[in-house]
Design a protein. Structure first.
Length: 202
């Protein structure tokens, strides 16, 4: 049974996008991000530069191919929080979902992070991504806190603290080459956010 033309087009687009990402990853990991050109990536993937720009804004976007999808999924999981669930409880729940997915793709993510960490322009993009997630959390938290009064400040502070915890947790996981249980690390980090300092000695 032949597939509908619209489905065939979508499958072809997805295949082209995947080919570009694979070609870019091979080049980035072996030659380095800065030394890799768009022409080389396009040649490896068998597409023209014109075709490339239908899928990606620039070379940096290839280092974060799932940027939009991950943020969209995060927003959906936040929005699906049960009534009465606290922001931190939501993050604990969502962290376990993402931790399982990240652990399943450990080697790919660690290789990607090595490229990012060695490239200033990619570090800058990573900071942009963090700001996107922080802003998403802020908007969600403001709604949950009901707005008005000090809700906006509380939401802003909580979102900033949470993105800091997420970034620190991921940095630690990458530093140990993903050998630690990412889900458990996330729970420990969020617990530290609630009770950051141990009791003072007597």
């Amino acid at each position: 049974m032949k597939k509908p033309p619209s489905l065939r087009r979508e499958m072809k687009k997805d295949a082209t996008r995947r080919a570009l990402v694979r070609a870019a990853n091979r080049r980035f990991h072996h030659a380095g991000f800065s030394q890799t050109t768009l022409d080389e990536i396009c040649a490896d993937a068998g597409v023209s530069r014109r075709t490339f720009f239908r899928y990606f804004e620039n070379k940096e976007a290839l280092a974060f191919p799932h940027r939009a999808e991950r943020l969209e999924r995060f927003l959906e999981l936040l929005a699906a929080a049960p009534e009465g669930e606290s922001p931190l409880a939501s993050l604990r729940r969502i962290a376990q979902i993402f931790a399982a997915e990240y652990a399943a793709n450990r080697e790919q993510l660690i290789a990607q992070q090595r490229v990012v960490a060695s490239t200033p322009s990619l570090i800058a993009v990573e900071h942009e991504i963090d700001r996107d997630w922080e802003e998403a959390m802020y908007r969600n938290f403001v709604q949950r806190l009901g707005g008005g009064g000090d809700a906006e400040l509380r939401a802003r502070v909580l979102a900033g603290a949470c993105i800091g915890v997420i970034r620190a947790t991921m940095r630690h996981w990458f530093d140990v080459d993903g050998r630690a249980d990412l889900g458990q690390l996330g729970l420990q980090a969020l617990a530290a956010l609630q009770d950051p300092l141990p009791p003072a000695p007597n």
